[in-house]
Design a protein around this ligand. Sequence first.
Ligand code: ATP
Length: 120
Amino acid sequence: MNAKNRRIGFSFAWNGIKEVFLSEFNFRLHTISALFVLLTGFYFRLATLEWAFIILSIGMVLITETMNTAIEKMVDYMKPEIHPTAKVIKDIAAGSVLLATITAGLIGLVIFIPKVIELW
Ligand SMILES: Nc1ncnc2c1ncn2[C@@H]1O[C@H](COP(=O)(O)OP(=O)(O)OP(=O)(O)O)[C@@H](O)[C@H]1O
């Protein structure tokens, strides 16, 4: 793959992220929550390993939300009418976002709760 094709591939991928950001309220909500968590991390001067877990958690939520949107759009494209299988596919994809969000939330609690308690 030459440099021009790589640039084109990157711009398609960037378009995908823009599409998810503009069309999905949940993705915007997660992005804003991620910014808030990053600012809180700077405030508490997190250690390197804590930053690594926070960045992984944020990435995991945004990636699953992006994949969920791709699956939703694919189901709507392939089978736009109501169908039990379409429901199961979309519910499972949404479940992956929920699992990622719960995991990220637990990691956030483990990292931030002791720091908030120390403040008191
Ligand atoms: N074609 C369909 N057939 C049956 N059930 C469906 C279908 N499309 C959506 N659903 C049901 O409605 C739910 C919401 O689907 P929708 O496509 O509206 O996602 P959404 O509300 O945009 O989800 P998200 O909040 O994750 O973006 C699905 O999880 C599924 O249970």
